[in-house]
Design a protein around this ligand. Sequence first.
Ligand code: ADP
Ligand code: ZN
Length: 723
Amino acid sequence: MSDKYEVLKRFFGYSEFRNGQEELVDALLAKQDVLGIMPTGAGKSLCYQIPAIMTDGITLVISPLISLMKDQVNALVQQGVSAAYLNRSLNDAQYSKALANAGNRKYKIIYVAPERLESSSFLRFALNADISLVAVDEAHCVSQWGQDFRPSYLNITAFISKLIRRPVIGAFTATATEEVKNDIVRLLNLNEPIKVTTGFDRPNLFFSVMRPQNKSAELLKLIKERKNQSGIVYCSTRKRVEEVCDRLNESGISATRYHAGLDDEERVKNQDDFVYDRKDVMVATNAFGMGIDKSDVRFVIHYNMPKNIESYYQEAGRAGRDGENADCILLYSKADVSTCRYFIENTNDNEDLSPEQKELFRKREEERLKQMVFYCTTSDCLRGNMLRYFGEEYKDFCGKCSNCLTEFETVDVTIEAQKILSCIIRTGQFYGAKMITDVLRGVSSDRICRARLDRQSTFGIMNDAKATEIKYIIEKLKEQDYIISVGAGKPILRVTEMSYPVLKGKASVKIRKARQLKSTTQKAEIHAVDPELFDALKVVRTYFAKKKGVPAFVIFSDATLADMCRVMPTTEAEFLSVSGVGTNKLEKYGEAFLRVIRKYKPDKKGRLPFEIDNEKLNYFEYSDTPISVSAITVKVNELNKDGTRQKLKATDITEWLLDNGYLKMTEINSKKYKLPTPKGKILGLTTETRVNNDGEWYKVVLYNRTAQEFIIENIVLKTRTDN
Ligand code: ADP
Ligand code: ZN
């Protein structure tokens, strides 16, 4: 196959390359090494899969992620590309079989775990094979600077040097720091690679930060608003994962869980339940996600703030890989900051570091945490904040994050600030935010009375303010460095030098406050023209996914179903024009999906296909003498006469009877008739010969009362979603 566009459409069903893809494909086709740096979901796989299909010889894809291999291979096979994977999930017999097939050039693309490269059986195959391309997925694993260093990645170069001829090498990753980039080029021995870096922006993701009073209740609300959507909830600890998962299940949500404390078996099972849509929601620690290729994740909610923006962007980025809208929501609370700090203080997993290096590392982590907290508390555009963090330029307004959709106002809170600051000083700079708030509001709690704080001059001076309001101002005073909080566990508030001018009335304090929130989230509605059709298409997709034992998105992604709703194809050619439909899938699934779509397509007058209420049909007058099919349709259409629906046609009935073996096509005197089969005769169909005005005879089929009832129940009354 010679044309890359043809391959793109035929196997993958897309008509256009995305940003960066074409350059990488072209380079690999020209036998030029490449380094592709693209964010999750940008479409890296296609960049080596297309050259793999177009060049002679075998492509090896080296990937550390076993579960991902299976999905990728499934997807390729569905698209009509011969592919296989070799990893420890195969038993000995399966492995030998796959290897033998590979030796016989049965596969165009072979996924292999890096450890395999060293095994002698694999080497024996590789040395005799014509390997033209090696794609290294997750290439940052070769670097010790990266978070996911894999020592076996260091053997890739040695492996390649043993091959008869050096294949072209493509390295792909979503991590982009300079050290890692340099390591990849050096350690994989890339030969003057073409480097393509696409922007990190993911325009289909909606970013939102919320500070709910009650996270658990908020989470439940968010998930209930997203019925039947796939989503991930990230929590910071295993214990939290279990609590949250239990609570969701108690509330009738189908949720499962994942963390490193579960045994292998449960982890695999829970992950599959999620990927195969048996469970809607995955509650997990950050151990979950690497190597999950589920493209239709519609929301990622962080129940706790992660420890840095890198982690957040990676985890949140697992939403919406299919390019359709998805929500990334972070539920922030102050307590999350202490948890993160605890993690930073208490992880020293790298024993090779000197105390100084460790200290440096800790400082860096501390700085990253600060940036993360800033993200959670800023009132500027969230997307802009993150992209700038990754070194990209971005405008100040994206229009698709909770801050861009919030109207902020700047308010002068100098008076409130003076009251708060003096209360902190008068009580000896000895208490935390809660206590200070209580004193200001004049709460006579035991603790306050015992400490005689109720006799302080600042006691009750803000008694008409809400506690949340005071706490909010305290937060803002901290952000602007008027106050610092010291101590771990229960931090106490101290004022800084900046406070004194405020107290003396020489400086004013202004904060930004949300006036009105237009919407915190977009609820990731897929832009389907007709949600009913979208759901009906999902039913068909689930049917095929179950039948083939693959995840639903391997059949068609949400994006593809949504495009079907927009295009509303009724012919095969139109179906092929849908994004994500290639030739192979057209052949396998076209008819089934088209059949559903046709039921939803309005005619030229805007009338929807025929459909009738059960109620109306109760008035159908059955005839005790046999009648023709057109007599049946006339009666039905009479009952359904409100003009919004197309009429029931005789062929609607006879086609069904043909398909289901009650009628068959018969030729008599070179005239074609649909006549009853034996099965049809048992049902109550009879044939009558009639003569028309010109004296020619013809045959009609008549339906007795039982047959009429059968037709009404099974054909006329069918629901739109059945197929
Ligand atoms: P990555 O490996 O970069 O995270 P994938 O290769 O898994 O991303 O691709 C993410 C999604 O984007 C997949 O569903 C894929 O089918 C889709 N995709 C890739 N290229 C295109 C394209 N040119 N047009 C439309 N969708 C695409
Ligand atoms: Zn924004």
